[in-house]
Design a protein around this ligand. Structure first.
Ligand SMILES: Cc1cc2nc3c(=O)[nH]c(=O)nc-3n(C[C@H](O)[C@H](O)[C@H](O)COP(=O)(O)O)c2cc1C
Length: 177
């Protein structure tokens, strides 16, 4: 059993990325992992906007991440990169907090043309934050995210397989972390 933190980085109320996050969390729980969710949208906006390093809500997230074996970071692509709210949050984390953890990016986007935002936007910041083990990650086109009224997500088979591979990759790292 691994301790896995999910960081969901969309500011949107009816967020597709958040639906994916919830689905992944459910699947991890079914696989007997311990999980914690950090929904950046739920953190105090003023603390994020004014860079309040002493915010209790933010320092609590430090503890969750410190105790994690793996962190899944989820963001929509906004203007070719990850979201500003996610950056505001990451800026408030201790510099090398991802050291010794497996980091897995999951990105949703409107065009496959921005697939590489994982490589040129997210992975460098994970590295700056001390990550040495950054998994390949998954890019999900927003048109492929089907949801029912309860918020359950349905992905096509190919995407399901890519998500499954990501979860297995996290689990394969488990004994070494
Ligand atoms: C402000 C804004 C900027 C966006 N910029 C891009 C972009 O540059 N590239 C892209 O592929 N999709 C872009 N999109 C589409 C979103 O990435 C996509 O719809 C995503 O799944 C939305 O996730 P969310 O519902 O969790 O916010 C943008 C959407 C918004 C609202």
């Amino acid at each position: 059993m691994a301790n896995i933190v999910l960081i969901s980085g969309s500011p949107s109320k009816n967020s597709k990325t958040a639906s994916i996050t919830n689905q992944l969390q459910k699947e991890l729980i079914e696989r007997n992992h311990r999980t914690s969710l950090i929904d950046v949208r739920e953190l105090p906006a003023e603390d994020l906007l004014y860079g309040n390093f002493n915010s209790k809500a933010i320092t609590h997230t430090h503890e969750l991440i410190r105790h994690a074996d793996a962190v899944i970071v989820l963001s929509p692509v906004y203007k070719g990169s990850y979201t500003g709210i996610l950056k505001a949050f990451l800026d408030l984390l201790p510099e090398k907090i991802f050291a010794g953890k497996v980091i897995a990016p999951v990105v949703t986007g409107g065009t496959i043309a921005h697939l590489l935002s994982i490589e040129y936007a997210l992975k460098p910041i994970f590295s700056i934050m001390g990550a040495k083990e950054i998994l390949h990650g998954v890019f999900i086109l927003d048109t492929n995210i089907q949801r029912n009224e309860k918020g359950d997500v349905f992905l096509d088979r190919e995407l399901e397989e890519r998500v499954e591979s990501l979860l297995k990759a996290i689990e394969r790292k488990e004994p070494t972390i």
